[in-house]
Write a protein of this length. Structure first.
Length: 165
């Protein structure tokens, strides 16, 4: 009895190998892009300890407080891309003066003025971290208003507040 091999066209093993290699390459690229997309949506540069601070900062009442006529248009939170500083911020559309409003509201909520290099900045301890509250005029998509944000660190803070103010 003679066993015969199945008929395969000449060069088939090489084509199969090339096809498998190509499919593996596509899977690796697609998987890498998927992992990158998931990481950018979920991780936002935060380490676990910093990620835990994001909802704590976002719940600070000062972020929801605003002068009459100001309308919230955006809300953000996460960590800065290159630094693991957690933050929570809001953008309000407003044509009026907001600095006097926040000067009063911040002090009433226990924030202390912080001598920042530029802009309005306050500080206080939140969740075992040193937090910085900043308020600055901003225009987004042709809409005039201001940003109010809180950024924090559990490490020694820069003397001038740096990126945090």
């Amino acid at each position: 009895m003679t066993l015969s091999r199945p008929m395969t066209p000449p060069g088939a093993p090489a084509r199969v190998r090339k096809t498998v290699v190509a499919l593996v390459a596509v899977a690796l690229v697609a998987g890498g892009l998927g992992w990158t997309a998931i990481g950018s949506v979920t991780a936002s540069g935060c380490r676990a300890a910093e990620q835990d601070l994001v909802p704590v900062l976002a719940a600070e009442p000062i972020l929801a407080a605003h002068p009459a006529g100001a309308v919230q248009r955006a809300r953000h939170g996460g960590c800065f891309p290159d630094d693991p500083f957690p933050y929570a911020s809001r953008f309000y559309e407003s044509g009026g003066d907001f600095t006097a409003f926040y000067a009063r509201a911040a002090v009433q909520e226990g924030w202390r003025p912080f001598p920042a290099a530029e802009g309005v900045c306050y500080t206080k301890a939140i969740g075992g971290a040193t937090a910085f509250l900043s308020v600055a005029a901003h225009e987004a998509g042709g809409v005039r208003g201001y940003d109010i944000g809180i950024a924090a660190t559990r490490e020694p803070a820069p003397e001038d507040g740096g990126l945090l103010c």
